[in-house]
Design a protein around this ligand. Structure first.
Ligand code: ARG
Length: 363
């Protein structure tokens, strides 16, 4: 009984997706109805159904378009989709992930990319990746303090339990941790030549380079579940490129991340004793100037928050013209630096969650 209810729920989700997807792709209604009957039959026989290549590609793009927290959605149609649903082993998966990193990085001319691995079948994930992002820095706890990225402390310890040892610098790239169903996770260090990084320098504060700060070129989120038409893809790493503030106003600035504002303020000779000197704000701006300047110098794609906001406004317009409502999460869409200088700050967004989409999931 429960089974048939599940089947019905899946069929409802599938039918909704097929109608949206085929409608957007301009496929005729007969084809939609034929496909839905085919899916009904497949679900009846196997409890699940298999997306066609076109459905997977367009579904992944729709998932990006529906990501309420993302300010970069104007470019949703440009997503490059690698269909790797046939992947069986951790070793094969590693090869596909290495290809993803190489393709997306593209020597600094970053390409928005997703690689889709096998879907969940009857509640079983045949393969999973444990990393939050494919490329991220380790964090080593030493008593009260942390060397590296405090956000990575737990995952770094998990890597160490599996025998990994980092060099102990603040910018050690973590290995990939891939798990086949029912087996111990395996670690795969990422070859250095695949990892593009940017030394953070400042156009007119010479001491800045001396801080020895760097960041990686491509943020590739790898721990979210992609859901399309009721089918779950628990391993589907995806990337766009950075908006400067993600690095300059959060990763390097947050007190519980790299916490660099006091060091930057000291370099600038600011009075850090009084909040009223606005040393925090002044250091924050220069740190963000440094990030924008450094990625530009290094020839790595990155967008500033003012340009990103204008692109998002174009997205809103484009969606309206297409007859679709734009959903969004205001608390995430507004940039952490000068939010009220962008239009986003001054209007509300409906945070309804549409599918296809990306969702958080348990390890
Ligand atoms: N905020 C995350 C980070 O700083 C990355 C999230 C995805 N960002 C993106 N521009 N696609 O690493």
């Amino acid at each position: 009984m429960v089974k048939s209810i599940n089947h019905e729920g899946l069929l409802t989700e599938a039918a909704r997706f097929i109608r949206d997807c085929y409608g957007e792709l301009g496929f005729p209604p007969e084809q939609q109805e034929k496909r839905i009957r085919e899916i009904e039959e497949e679900i009846g026989q196997s409890g699940t159904y298999t997306h066609t290549h076109d459905e997977l590609v367009h579904g992944a793009k729709m998932a990006w378009r529906n990501s309420n927290r993302c300010i970069g959605r104007l470019l949703w149609e440009t997503l490059e989709v690698f269909d790797e649903r046939e992947t069986k082993t951790a070793e094969e998966a590693y090869d596909k992930l290495a290809r993803h990193i190489r393709y997306a990085t593209n020597g600094g001319n970053i390409r928005s990319t997703i690689t889709v691995f096998p879907p969940r079948k009857n509640g079983i994930d045949s393969i999973r990746i444990r990393n939050h992002q494919l490329i991220r820095y380790a964090g080593y706890r030493e008593g009260e303090s942390v060397t590296g990225d405090p956000a990575s402390v737990g995952f770094t310890q998990a890597c160490e339990r599996l025998g990994w040892r980092g060099e102990g610098t603040p910018f050690d790239v973590l290995p990939l941790m891939i798990e086949e169903y029912g087996q111990e996770p395996k670690l795969f260090p990422i070859p250095e030549e695949l990892i593009m990084e940017v030394p953070i320098i400042h156009p007119d504060i010479p001491g800045f380079a001396g801080l020895g700060v760097r960041w990686y070129a491509v943020p590739i989120i790898s721990d979210m579940r992609l859901e399309i038409g009721g089918i779950d893809y628990p391993m589907a790493p995806f990337n766009g490129w950075y908006m400067g503030t993600e690095i300059g106003a959060r990763n390097l600035a947050d007190a519980d991340r790299y916490d660099l504002l006091p060091s930057v303020a000291r370099l600038m000779g600011l009075d850090t004793r009084s909040a009223r000197s606005l040393w925090i704000d002044r250091a924050l701006v220069e740190l963000n100037v440094a990030v924008l300047h450094s990625y530009q110098q290094a020839g790595v794609t990155l967008v500033d928050h003012h340009t990103a906001a204008r692109q998002f406004r174009a997205f809103e317009k484009k969606e309206q013209d297409a007859g679709r409502a734009v959903t969004g999460n205001w608390t995430w869409l507004i940039p952490p630096l000068s939010p009220a200088s962008t239009h986003l700050f001054h209007r509300p967004y409906d945070n309804e969650v549409l599918t296809p989409n990306f969702f958080y999931q348990k390890d």
